[in-house]
Design a protein. Structure first.
Length: 126
């Protein structure tokens, strides 16, 4: 007859899987960004890679070392930067939307932002 130990816990492999998937999605994002020149696919791969945190997920954000926080914030800023480039390129292909946006003049009045239509203001892209 065999006996089992009650205190034996299965090995936690999520850290290795997360690090592998994070690296694979970052490399896939770099491939689409540098070789295929597809910003939207690269942005989505970089964003999905953030789901698989390459560092220990059991450590709270405030308890993480500074280099981990800096790396993850830098990674997120790349995703937002690619999103901004993608939206700018989309707006550049939509001249009617861009001309409407450029005809507004945004003015700060107290704590509110008020806009008015400017007849003389020209948009660079139009």
């Amino acid at each position: 007859m065999t006996t089992t130990k009650e205190n034996v816990k299965p090995k936690d492999l999520t850290f290795k899987y997360n690090r592998f998937l994070y690296g694979a999605l970052v490399l896939l994002g770099l491939y689409f960004l540098l070789f295929k020149k597809d910003i939207s696919t690269a942005m989505s791969n970089f964003g999905i890679a953030l789901i698989f945190d390459p560092f220990d997920q059991k450590v709270l954000w405030n308890n993480r070392p500074a280099y981990q926080q800096i790396w993850l914030i830098f990674h997120l800023s790349i995703v937002f930067g690619l999103l901004g480039i993608m939206l700018y390129n989309w707006l550049a292909r939509q001249p009617q939307i861009l001309s409407r946006l450029c005809s507004f003049e945004w003015v700060f009045v107290g704590m509110q932002i008020v806009y008015r239509v400017s007849e003389t203001k020209r948009c660079i892209a139009s």
